[in-house]
Ligand binder design. Structure first.
Ligand code: NAD
Length: 358
């Protein structure tokens, strides 16, 4: 569906088979959701940071908890997964509960990919991994990405109460991470009318909720709206293909060790500007949320919310930009605007310096 023309409506649509349980207090429903999947005893997963929450959940689950494994780490290192597999086998678990953000959810997916364990996810950030059949894992410093139906969690519980304490800075960058899925989903080659509706509604919900969260971090209404938006944006990521923006963030995270959500936040206004003309029709409803200017609007919003806007502030050296541009154009991939090295290098320069996109 190239922009600028009005082709006949033609698409393929497949919905994600996940079950979504949304609302305040839904953490209390983990036990019945485990049973609904035919599970008897769950290994509860978390990062070291959320270990106490995982232990409290295991206590509340009683006999339905087989134990807690709280060693989840960013980018799903295979050695952590191997330790978790051993803990799973030793505990007699027959399913997993992942309580946390993308790192913990990644560990649950990695287990399910290896042994088919049903997954109940309690999502506590806005990254969106919980509704995708995608797993990124690292081994010997190399990150590979897999897509497989067994990776998609069977049940996702969204309880806004668990996000009341998500630090404000992380709430903002995690929210931008979600918005990035939706922006790229709008111009995806394999988009469909439903994925585009979800993308626009997801962006709208987050653009409204994030300033409210910055003003009042424990506002449960705003937290609920942000989680709702992140579900929609994550669902878009799980359904359609991504393009230049995700490729750049993957390169910067994988090869330069830049933090995931902050990198998405900084790159998004520049990737949106880069693709603005080539995807004008597809992006028009998103631009309308920002008074007609999507890239500049995103950059302004990031600034108003106190988010980082320059790669140099994440510690990236200007001398790394050439290599980053080389890596980003290495394997051919689809993007609404052809991927050319010089334009990508210029984009990275602006993102590095933190200048407002044209
Ligand atoms: P994260 O899971 O790494 O969490 C960051 C830190 O915040 C952790 O210490 C975590 O315990 C803590 N935390 C999470 N929720 C909290 C809460 N409500 N209150 C207080 N602390 C909380 O961060 P993330 O951004 O959610 O996930 C990033 C990872 O997810 C990356 O590895 C990325 O590649 C992956 N990811 C994968 C997909 C996919 O579809 N496969 C999608 C998005 C992100």
């Amino acid at each position: 569906m190239p922009d600028g023309s009005q082709p006949a409506l033609e698409f393929t649509y497949a919905s994600s088979p996940a079950r979504i349980v949304f609302g305040r207090g839904t953490l209390a429903r983990v036990g019945e959701e485990i049973a609904g999947q035919g599970g008897n005893r769950a290994l509860v997963l978390a990062t070291p940071h959320q270990k106490a929450d995982a232990e409290a959940l295991a206590d509340a689950l009683g006999d339905r908890a087989a134990g807690v494994f709280a060693e989840a780490a960013m980018h799903t290192p295979v050695e952590v997964t191997e330790r978790a597999m051993a803990a799973y086998a030793a505990s007699g678990a027959d399913c997993v509960v992942a309580l946390g953000g993308g790192s913990t959810i990644g560990l649950g997916k990695a287990i399910a990919y290896r042994n088919g364990a049903p997954q109940v996810v309690v999502a506590t950030t806005y990254a969106g991994s919980e509704v995708t059949p995608i797993l990124g894992q690292t081994e010997n410093g190399v990150k590979t990405t897999l897509r497989c139906p067994s990776i998609l969690p069977e049940v996702v519980i969204y309880d806004p109460d668990l996000t009341l304490g998500l630090p404000v800075a992380m709430s903002v960058t995690s929210g931008f991470n979600a918005i990035a899925h939706a922006v790229e989903g709008l111009y995806a080659q394999d988009r469909n009318p439903v994925s585009s509706l979800m993308a626009i509604e997801g962006i709208r919900a987050l653009v409204q909720a994030l300033p409210e969260i910055v003003a009042a971090p424990r506002d449960a209404q705003a937290r609920g709206a942000a989680l709702y938006g992140s579900w929609l944006c994550g669902s878009v990521l799980g359904t359609v293909g991504m393009a230049l923006h995700h490729k750049l963030c993957h390169t910067l995270g994988g090869s330069f060790d830049l933090p995931h959500a902050e990198t998405h936040t900084i790159i998004l206004p520049h990737s949106a500007a880069h693709n603005a003309a080539a995807a004008a029709n597809a992006l028009a409803p998103a631009a309308a949320l920002f008074g007609g200017e999507l890239a500049g609007g995103l950059w302004d919003l990031a600034g108003e919310l106190g988010a980082p806007r320059a790669l140099k502030d994440l510690g990236l050296a200007q001398s790394d930009l050439d290599r980053a541009a080389d890596l980003a154009v290495q394997n051919p991939y689809w993007n609404p605007r052809p991927v050319e090295r010089d334009a990508i290098r210029a984009l990275l320069q602006r993102a590095w310096a933190g200048t407002r996109p044209e």
